[in-house]
Design a binder for this molecule. Sequence first.
Ligand code: UDP
Ligand code: MG
Length: 147
Amino acid sequence: MEQTFVMIKPDGVQRGLVGEIICRFEKKGFTLKGLKLQSVERAFAEKHYADLSSKPFFNGLVEYIISGPVVAMVWEGKNVVTTGRKIIGATNPSDSAPGTIRGDFAVEIGRNVIHGSDAVESARKEIALWFPEGVAEWQSSLHSVDL
Ligand code: UDP
Ligand code: MG
């Protein structure tokens, strides 16, 4: 089953949006497989965003990510990478549709609340980076025939 990596950035944690964001992924029907509050070191943030290291905003982005704890999560479900990006909304909150997380809760591209993997392959890499201990293996028992 497909998995994606989602991170609530420091501004999302500090603004009290953790519950709201988890709620949106849960209500959609995706399954929570990993969850932790974590402060990351500069080198770790640089590794996570390595693909963007030549961008002019890279240093500011790294400063932002290490400015406070983040909530790292793994969500699972059919097409969760693409659908997760739709739930999150466009990178620049000026372009994010209302109803998306960034569309509803952000104004600045440099404070856009949340990260989500952009492809199945990057999700695999990001999950390995953030959850080297592995994630939970569980399935809902709500539909068990043996109740
Ligand atoms: N970012 C920024 N300025 C820019 C473009 C991106 O500060 O002009 C930040 C923003 O926080 C964004 C992150 O860098 O979420 C990663 O950029 P990417 O293009 O991967 O966007 P995302 O995948 O997060 O939508
Ligand atoms: Mg990205």
